[in-house]
Design a binder for this molecule. Structure first.
Ligand code: CIR
Length: 253
Protein backbone atom coordinates (compact mmCIF):
# COMPACT_ATOMS: atom_id res chain seq x y z
CA UNK A 1 0.00 0.00 0.00
CA UNK A 2 1.14 3.51 -0.73
CA UNK A 3 0.35 6.34 1.69
CA UNK A 4 1.98 9.39 0.19
CA UNK A 5 2.64 11.10 -3.10
CA UNK A 6 4.74 14.06 -4.16
CA UNK A 7 3.83 16.06 -7.26
CA UNK A 8 5.07 19.35 -8.70
CA UNK A 9 2.80 21.76 -10.53
CA UNK A 10 3.63 22.28 -14.21
CA UNK A 11 5.40 25.51 -15.15
CA UNK A 12 4.72 27.80 -18.11
CA UNK A 13 8.12 26.77 -19.50
CA UNK A 14 6.77 23.23 -19.94
CA UNK A 15 6.26 24.13 -23.60
CA UNK A 16 10.05 23.83 -23.86
CA UNK A 17 10.07 20.38 -22.25
CA UNK A 18 12.15 17.69 -23.93
CA UNK A 19 10.08 15.94 -26.55
CA UNK A 20 10.20 13.54 -29.47
CA UNK A 21 6.43 13.24 -29.58
CA UNK A 22 5.69 15.58 -32.49
CA UNK A 23 2.20 16.28 -31.09
CA UNK A 24 2.51 20.05 -30.88
CA UNK A 25 2.98 22.41 -27.92
CA UNK A 26 1.18 21.66 -24.65
CA UNK A 27 -1.60 24.05 -23.63
CA UNK A 28 -0.51 25.34 -20.21
CA UNK A 29 -4.03 26.12 -18.90
CA UNK A 30 -5.24 22.67 -19.91
CA UNK A 31 -2.15 21.10 -18.37
CA UNK A 32 -2.93 22.83 -15.05
CA UNK A 33 -6.51 21.57 -15.07
CA UNK A 34 -5.31 18.06 -15.89
CA UNK A 35 -2.78 18.26 -13.07
CA UNK A 36 -5.54 19.22 -10.61
CA UNK A 37 -7.53 16.18 -11.71
CA UNK A 38 -4.42 13.97 -11.41
CA UNK A 39 -4.01 15.12 -7.79
CA UNK A 40 -7.70 14.39 -7.22
CA UNK A 41 -7.21 10.85 -8.59
CA UNK A 42 -4.26 10.26 -6.24
CA UNK A 43 -6.41 11.41 -3.32
CA UNK A 44 -9.25 9.11 -4.42
CA UNK A 45 -6.73 6.25 -4.15
CA UNK A 46 -6.18 7.19 -0.51
CA UNK A 47 -2.88 9.08 -0.86
CA UNK A 48 -1.87 12.18 1.01
CA UNK A 49 -0.41 14.45 -1.64
CA UNK A 50 2.42 16.94 -1.16
CA UNK A 51 2.11 19.54 -3.92
CA UNK A 52 5.33 21.38 -4.77
CA UNK A 53 5.26 24.76 -6.50
CA UNK A 54 6.02 25.11 -10.18
CA UNK A 55 9.61 25.97 -11.08
CA UNK A 56 10.17 27.92 -14.28
CA UNK A 57 13.88 27.08 -14.46
CA UNK A 58 13.18 23.45 -15.24
CA UNK A 59 10.63 22.85 -18.03
CA UNK A 60 10.32 19.13 -17.20
CA UNK A 61 10.20 19.52 -13.43
CA UNK A 62 6.56 18.38 -13.14
CA UNK A 63 7.88 14.88 -13.96
CA UNK A 64 8.97 14.25 -10.38
CA UNK A 65 9.26 10.50 -10.86
CA UNK A 66 12.65 10.88 -12.55
CA UNK A 67 14.88 12.66 -9.97
CA UNK A 68 14.16 10.27 -7.08
CA UNK A 69 13.32 6.67 -6.27
CA UNK A 70 11.31 6.07 -3.12
CA UNK A 71 11.58 2.59 -1.56
CA UNK A 72 10.18 1.32 1.73
CA UNK A 73 13.69 1.52 3.27
CA UNK A 74 15.36 4.56 1.73
CA UNK A 75 15.02 7.25 -0.89
CA UNK A 76 17.58 7.54 -3.66
CA UNK A 77 18.22 10.84 -5.40
CA UNK A 78 19.10 10.07 -9.00
CA UNK A 79 21.39 11.79 -11.51
CA UNK A 80 19.31 12.38 -14.66
CA UNK A 81 20.91 11.55 -17.97
CA UNK A 82 19.27 14.59 -19.55
CA UNK A 83 21.53 17.58 -18.82
CA UNK A 84 18.60 20.01 -18.68
CA UNK A 85 17.04 17.91 -15.90
CA UNK A 86 20.01 17.46 -13.54
CA UNK A 87 19.10 20.46 -11.39
CA UNK A 88 15.74 18.85 -10.59
CA UNK A 89 17.50 16.65 -8.03
CA UNK A 90 18.51 19.60 -5.81
CA UNK A 91 15.02 20.98 -6.32
CA UNK A 92 13.27 17.91 -4.89
CA UNK A 93 15.85 16.95 -2.25
CA UNK A 94 14.18 18.66 0.72
CA UNK A 95 10.73 17.29 -0.07
CA UNK A 96 12.13 13.76 -0.40
CA UNK A 97 14.27 14.09 2.74
CA UNK A 98 11.26 15.21 4.79
CA UNK A 99 9.88 11.66 4.51
CA UNK A 100 13.09 9.61 4.91
CA UNK A 101 15.90 9.10 7.39
CA UNK A 102 18.02 7.35 4.78
CA UNK A 103 18.64 9.34 1.61
CA UNK A 104 21.20 8.01 -0.88
CA UNK A 105 22.32 9.35 -4.22
CA UNK A 106 23.59 8.39 -7.65
CA UNK A 107 26.72 10.23 -8.80
CA UNK A 108 28.45 10.84 -12.15
CA UNK A 109 29.57 9.07 -14.27
CA UNK A 110 26.50 7.08 -13.23
CA UNK A 111 23.20 8.36 -14.60
CA UNK A 112 19.71 7.23 -13.68
CA UNK A 113 16.22 8.60 -14.28
CA UNK A 114 13.77 6.74 -12.09
CA UNK A 115 11.20 6.48 -14.88
CA UNK A 116 13.54 3.67 -15.86
CA UNK A 117 12.89 1.81 -12.62
CA UNK A 118 9.98 -0.53 -12.02
CA UNK A 119 9.36 -1.93 -8.55
CA UNK A 120 8.09 -5.48 -8.10
CA UNK A 121 8.04 -6.14 -4.37
CA UNK A 122 11.65 -5.97 -3.14
CA UNK A 123 13.04 -6.23 -6.65
CA UNK A 124 13.70 -3.29 -8.94
CA UNK A 125 14.03 -3.61 -12.72
CA UNK A 126 16.32 -0.91 -14.09
CA UNK A 127 16.10 0.00 -17.77
CA UNK A 128 19.31 0.86 -19.58
CA UNK A 129 18.16 3.72 -21.77
CA UNK A 130 19.41 6.94 -23.32
CA UNK A 131 18.98 8.43 -19.80
CA UNK A 132 20.16 5.59 -17.50
CA UNK A 133 23.57 3.96 -17.94
CA UNK A 134 25.25 0.82 -16.60
CA UNK A 135 27.29 2.74 -13.98
CA UNK A 136 24.12 4.35 -12.69
CA UNK A 137 22.36 0.99 -12.58
CA UNK A 138 25.34 -0.58 -10.76
CA UNK A 139 25.25 2.19 -8.13
CA UNK A 140 21.49 1.79 -7.80
CA UNK A 141 21.75 -2.00 -7.33
CA UNK A 142 24.51 -1.57 -4.68
CA UNK A 143 22.30 0.87 -2.75
CA UNK A 144 19.25 -1.41 -3.01
CA UNK A 145 21.31 -4.36 -1.75
CA UNK A 146 22.59 -2.32 1.20
CA UNK A 147 18.94 -2.12 2.35
CA UNK A 148 18.07 -5.78 1.66
CA UNK A 149 16.48 -5.21 -1.76
CA UNK A 150 17.63 -6.36 -5.21
CA UNK A 151 17.89 -4.94 -8.70
CA UNK A 152 18.57 -6.13 -12.24
CA UNK A 153 19.01 -4.41 -15.57
CA UNK A 154 16.75 -4.56 -18.60
CA UNK A 155 17.87 -3.37 -22.01
CA UNK A 156 15.54 -1.19 -24.03
CA UNK A 157 15.76 0.61 -27.33
CA UNK A 158 12.28 1.59 -28.52
CA UNK A 159 11.03 3.88 -25.77
CA UNK A 160 12.21 6.75 -23.57
CA UNK A 161 12.02 5.04 -20.18
CA UNK A 162 11.40 1.48 -18.99
CA UNK A 163 7.98 2.43 -17.61
CA UNK A 164 7.01 4.09 -20.88
CA UNK A 165 6.21 0.57 -22.06
CA UNK A 166 5.67 -1.37 -18.84
CA UNK A 167 3.64 -1.15 -15.65
CA UNK A 168 3.47 -3.59 -12.76
CA UNK A 169 -0.05 -3.85 -11.34
CA UNK A 170 0.79 -6.13 -8.37
CA UNK A 171 -0.68 -9.67 -8.05
CA UNK A 172 1.77 -10.83 -10.74
CA UNK A 173 0.05 -8.71 -13.40
CA UNK A 174 2.16 -6.70 -15.81
CA UNK A 175 0.95 -4.39 -18.57
CA UNK A 176 3.45 -4.49 -21.39
CA UNK A 177 3.92 -3.33 -24.93
CA UNK A 178 6.35 -3.70 -27.83
CA UNK A 179 9.88 -4.80 -27.06
CA UNK A 180 8.99 -5.82 -23.49
CA UNK A 181 6.51 -8.53 -24.45
CA UNK A 182 9.16 -11.09 -25.40
CA UNK A 183 11.75 -10.36 -22.70
CA UNK A 184 12.58 -13.60 -20.86
CA UNK A 185 12.66 -11.90 -17.44
CA UNK A 186 8.99 -10.90 -17.74
CA UNK A 187 7.57 -14.25 -18.84
CA UNK A 188 6.87 -15.27 -15.22
CA UNK A 189 4.25 -12.51 -14.99
CA UNK A 190 0.68 -12.56 -16.28
CA UNK A 191 1.13 -10.12 -19.12
CA UNK A 192 -1.68 -7.81 -20.16
CA UNK A 193 -0.61 -7.10 -23.72
CA UNK A 194 -1.08 -3.56 -24.99
CA UNK A 195 -1.64 -3.07 -28.70
CA UNK A 196 1.16 -0.96 -30.30
CA UNK A 197 -1.41 1.68 -31.27
CA UNK A 198 -2.34 2.01 -27.59
CA UNK A 199 1.26 1.98 -26.38
CA UNK A 200 0.87 5.19 -24.36
CA UNK A 201 -1.53 3.35 -22.03
CA UNK A 202 1.15 0.81 -21.05
CA UNK A 203 2.20 3.50 -18.60
CA UNK A 204 -0.70 2.74 -16.25
CA UNK A 205 -0.19 2.97 -12.52
CA UNK A 206 -1.34 0.71 -9.69
CA UNK A 207 -2.21 2.59 -6.52
CA UNK A 208 -3.82 0.64 -3.70
CA UNK A 209 -6.05 -1.63 -5.83
CA UNK A 210 -7.03 1.09 -8.30
CA UNK A 211 -5.22 1.46 -11.61
CA UNK A 212 -4.84 4.92 -13.12
CA UNK A 213 -5.06 4.69 -16.91
CA UNK A 214 -4.56 7.58 -19.34
CA UNK A 215 -7.87 8.72 -20.80
CA UNK A 216 -8.78 7.54 -24.28
CA UNK A 217 -7.71 3.88 -24.24
CA UNK A 218 -10.89 1.87 -23.74
CA UNK A 219 -9.36 -1.47 -24.78
CA UNK A 220 -6.71 -1.10 -22.09
CA UNK A 221 -9.34 -0.07 -19.53
CA UNK A 222 -11.41 -3.17 -20.32
CA UNK A 223 -8.37 -5.49 -20.09
CA UNK A 224 -7.39 -4.05 -16.72
CA UNK A 225 -10.94 -4.29 -15.36
CA UNK A 226 -11.05 -7.90 -16.59
CA UNK A 227 -7.89 -8.57 -14.57
CA UNK A 228 -9.80 -7.54 -11.45
CA UNK A 229 -9.00 -3.89 -10.84
CA UNK A 230 -10.95 -0.69 -10.42
CA UNK A 231 -9.86 1.84 -13.03
CA UNK A 232 -9.67 5.63 -12.78
CA UNK A 233 -9.00 7.38 -16.10
CA UNK A 234 -6.94 10.57 -16.07
CA UNK A 235 -6.55 12.89 -19.01
CA UNK A 236 -2.86 13.72 -19.45
CA UNK A 237 -2.92 14.71 -23.12
CA UNK A 238 -0.85 17.86 -22.54
CA UNK A 239 1.93 15.91 -20.81
CA UNK A 240 2.00 13.34 -23.57
CA UNK A 241 3.06 16.15 -25.91
CA UNK A 242 6.35 16.35 -23.99
CA UNK A 243 6.78 12.58 -23.64
CA UNK A 244 5.38 12.42 -20.13
CA UNK A 245 3.09 9.67 -18.91
CA UNK A 246 0.91 9.09 -15.88
CA UNK A 247 3.59 7.58 -13.70
CA UNK A 248 6.07 10.40 -14.36
CA UNK A 249 3.84 12.96 -12.70
CA UNK A 250 4.20 11.63 -9.15
CA UNK A 251 6.34 9.85 -6.62
CA UNK A 252 4.25 7.29 -4.76
CA UNK A 253 5.44 5.64 -1.56
C1 CIR B 1 11.76 14.12 -20.61
O1 CIR B 1 12.02 13.88 -21.80
O2 CIR B 1 12.58 13.94 -19.72
C2 CIR B 1 10.40 14.66 -20.27
N1 CIR B 1 9.93 15.52 -21.31
C3 CIR B 1 9.43 13.53 -20.05
C4 CIR B 1 9.78 12.70 -18.85
C5 CIR B 1 8.89 11.55 -18.69
N2 CIR B 1 9.21 10.84 -17.50
C6 CIR B 1 9.05 9.53 -17.36
O3 CIR B 1 8.73 8.84 -18.32
N3 CIR B 1 9.33 9.01 -16.18
Amino acid sequence: MFKNAIVRKPCKAMIEGLSDADLGEPDFEKACAQHDDYIEALKECGLEVMVLEANEDYPDSCFVEDPALMTPHCAILTNPGAISRRGEVALIKDAVSSFYENVERIISPGFVEAGDIMMVGDHYYIGLSARTNQQGADQMIAILEKYGMTGSVVTLSEVLHLKTGLGYLENNNLVACGEFLAKPEFQKYDIIEIDPQMSYSANSVWINATVLVPKGYSTTVQAIIKAGYAVREVNVSEYRKIDGGLSCLSLRF
